[in-house]
Each structure stands twice: as C-alpha cells, then as structure tokens.
Design a protein around this ligand. Structure first.
Ligand code: LLP
Length: 430
C-alpha cells in the first residue's frame, strides 16, 4: 500500500495535490511519501516482532537525507556500501552503532573511517579484506566488529544483474571456505568475530531461495559453534521484492518473510538478527512526475516524449524494468486506451521507459507519473546529455518540501575545470 491516490480525479501525494507541486517545482521531479516510508518500515518491525532484530535500511536504495532522517527517527539502522553512504547515514542521525558496512571493495581509508565512527559491524567479503581490516584495526589500537558475508551459491531467481548469491557472482566468501576463514579470523587480535551475513539478490519474488540460503546459514552457524566459534549475530540481508505492477501475483509480504525466518531459525532466538531491506521500504514510497513534451506519430507508432529521461530513471534501460506509468489527472475508467512507446529526450534508443504500453490518451503538456520509483531511481541518476537530474520532494500530510533542489546549468558547468594550458577559446596561436 502507498499514499499516492487519486482524489476527485487528481493524483495526491498524501494530502498534497501533485499538480500543485509540479507548478511550484517544475518537472520532472521525484516525490516521496513520509507515511509510506513509515508504513513499510513498520511492516518489518511487525513481521519480525519478538525477535531481537535491527532493521538496517539499505541506504543505496534511496540515500536522500530527508528519507534517511525519516527512518532514523523510527530507530532504523543503516546498511552502507561506501564511505559516502556512511557519511550520509551519520548526517541523517543514524549512529555508527547502528551502521553495517557491506561491499566487496572497501578500501583501507573506508575501513578506517568506519572504525573511527564506531561502526556496528563490517561485513567482510574476502580473505584479503579480512587481513586488511585486522591490520587497520591493530594500527588504530581497536578491535574490529566483524561479520562474514558468505556466498551460499543459491539462485535467487531474479534479474541476472541484481543476483548476488551464486558462486559465479563477485560477492561474499565461498561457503566451503568459510569455516577455514572463520578460524583465521578468530585467531586475529584485531578482529572480533560477531556474525554471519548472506544477501543473495534483490527484487526476490519467491521465499524459497531465501529459505535455502538461511538453512545453509543455520547449518554453518551450528558447525562453527561446535568448533568453538560463537556467532551471536545473524545478518539476513535484504532483497524482498515489491509489486511493480498490480497485474501480476504480488511478491511475498514482510509478514510471510518473517514467518519463514522464525521457522528456519527456531531455537536460535537468543541471537541478534539484522535485516537490510532497501527496495521494499523505498520503492513504492516514491513516484517520478514528468510532463509530456510531444506526442509524435512515426511509422504507425505513437511516441510519448517526456521531459524525464534515462538519466533520471535508468531502471527500464538497464534492467528492462517495468514501472506503471499513469496520468496525474485520472482518466475515466471507460476511456479508450491508446498504445504508446514512452520515451525520454536522450539521444539513444535505450532511453525508452515502455514499449507498446496501453494507456489512456495523453496529450502534449499533460503530467504523467511513474509508480514505484522511490528505490534505485534518484540514486542512480546522472547528468548524461548535460541534463540536471530530477529534484526530490518529500511530502508529509499536507506539507511538502524540496529535499534536493534541481541543479542549475551553472552548477553543472562549474564542476568542470579547463586547464590553464588550453588558454582562451578560439584557435591556438602556437
Ligand atoms: N544488502 C546488500 C548487501 C545489498 O547489496 C543490497 C542491494 C541490499 C541489502 C538491499 O536490497 P533490496 O532490499 O533493496 O533489494 N539497482 C538495482 C538494485 C540493486 C541492488 C543492490 N544491492 C535495481 O534498480 O533493481
């Protein structure tokens, strides 16, 4: 459920009419709903109620400080994958004690930054990283709280570009290798072995691969503990999918996920659990609003050319992802449908949001919006074609605020530096 509903035929974000935001901010823009963010967070709290579980929101899904602060106020922790994300989480008020640091390529500087900021845990993903972490911790005179990300070689049955738990993926430590490495870690003076972590992919629509991975996690914890290495923390990763369209069977709910977790880990309730959901919290908490620049007919196809482009929302171009696209002014239920190719103005055919999409008729200057754009939308934006990325707005009840303004062209041009040796414009006289 989200809070983007039509009222008297006009799309509202909570209690704010979307055309009013468009008039003030211009298009395209992202719009986030506080109430939806809060609701999705609370679904996980309820689903895992009774377990000692910290929800560590995956910052990569949407790292706007207003979004992070909204979640921080609910007590959320954070899962971060770079020093930049770590700094965002801290700036939003999430203390280091609630921040997990994941990722395959953490640098010495990043490890040191995490330790300086009392990181809750570092999820180590390779043997060389384990050695570097030990070295950095010893040099700083601290002991690093460590969890090991183990790759269970399970097929998450999701898009190949967002699958992470197969042996062929770059993530984690091979399952067979984990016992040896835990032993190495347990003997290191700079490492405190705390946990185990698995994250097998994103947009999972089936609980079976999770269950397969968690059973393997459970078995490994039992083996390690039998070998005298206690594992008090279980990090279950993120990845629960969201409904990108109402036409398909909806993915399992957090409630179903929670029930499966309880079943698999029955008898291990004395542990600390952690989960790292990103998409489920943010995706349906956000929309991308755009205007129609032209409606163009070409060789029998009808193109809806928007002022949003793949630089604003790259998911359709990158993963062939589906986003529902609807008019901001509701069409009559009986209105006839037209088939559109919905595209942006960028100079490549990949800048296509939807092909042959049946939609109610839409005219030049009409507002449309993309649903489920709150996760992996704004965070993946770029300035390709020197387009200022869509600004971000957050709504709470009947208020809205700009959470990231639109860059001006001067802002963009000011980032580049022309070296002195190129001199003034015009042909060189050398
Ligand atoms: N934990 C780790 C270690 C991750 O790598 C990820 C996502 C998450 C948690 C959160 O997963 P979520 O709950 O959001 O599925 N850009 C792609 C998604 C990439 C996901 C990367 N890792 C997309 O737009 O679909």
């Amino acid at each position: 459920m989200d809070h983007f509903l039509y009222r008297d035929g006009v799309l509202h974000a909570e209690d704010v009419p979307v055309p009013g935001i468009a008039a003030e901010v211009g298009t395209p823009f992202y719009c986030y709903s506080t109430a939806t963010l809060e609701r999705h967070y609370s679904l996980f709290v309820e689903a895992l109620g009774g377990l000692n579980c910290l929800i560590c929101y995956a910052v990569k899904a949407n790292s706007n400080l207003a979004v992070l602060r909204t979640l921080a106020r609910l007590g959320s922790g954070a899962d971060v994958v770079s020093e930049g994300e770590f700094r965002r989480a801290l700036a939003a008020g999430i203390p280091g004690e609630r921040i997990i640091f994941s990722g395959v390529g953490k640098t010495r500087r990043e490890l040191q930054f995490a330790l300086e900021n009392n990181v809750r845990q570092i999820n180590v993903e390779s043997e060389p990283e384990l050695h570097l972490l030990n070295e950095v911790a010893l040099a700083m005179g601290v002991v690093a709280p460590m969890s090991m990300r183990v790759n269970p070689d399970v097929d998450a049955k999701t898009h190949e570009k967002i699958s992470t738990g197969k042996a062929e993926n770059k993530f984690g430590i091979a399952y067979e290798d984990a016992p040896r490495l835990y032993r190495v870690a347990a003997d290191m003076a700079g490492i405190d072995v705390l946990g185990i972590d698995m994250h097998i992919g994103s947009q999972l629509t089936d609980l079976a691969p999770y269950e397969q991975a968690y059973v393997l996690m459970r078995d490994l914890v039992e083996r390690l503990e039998a070998d005298g290495i206690p594992i008090p923390r279980l990090d279950l990763g993120g990845g629960l999918g969201v409904p990108y369209t109402r036409d398909n069977q909806p993915p399992p709910l957090p409630f179903d996920y929670g029930a499966m977790v309880r079943r698999v880990f029955a008898g291990m309730e004395d542990r600390e659990f952690e989960i790292e959901p990103g998409r489920l919290i943010a995706a349906n908490s956000g929309i991308l609003v755009a205007s129609t620049v032209y409606v163009k007919e070409n060789a029998g196809r009808r193109f809806l050319i928007l002022d949003a482009a793949m630089n604003d929302l790259i998911r359709p171009a990158l993963y062939d992802a589906w986003h529902d696209i609807e008019p901001v002014i509701e069409a009559e239920a009986s209105a006839p449908k037209t088939t559109f190719d919905v595209v942006g103005p960028i100079c490549e055919s990949g800048d296509t949001f939807a092909k042959q999409r049946p939609m109610p008729n839409i005219s030049q200057n009409d507002l449309v919006f993309f649903r489920s754009a709150g996760a992996y939308g704004a965070v993946m934006a770029s300035e390709y074609n020197t387009r200022p990325p869509a600004p971000e707005v957050i709504v709470s009840g009947d208020r809205f605020a700009i959470a990231r303004p639109r860059l001006t062209y001067d802002d963009i041009l000011a980032k580049d530096v022309i070296p002195d040796w190129l001199g003034e414009a015009g042909p060189s006289e050398d």
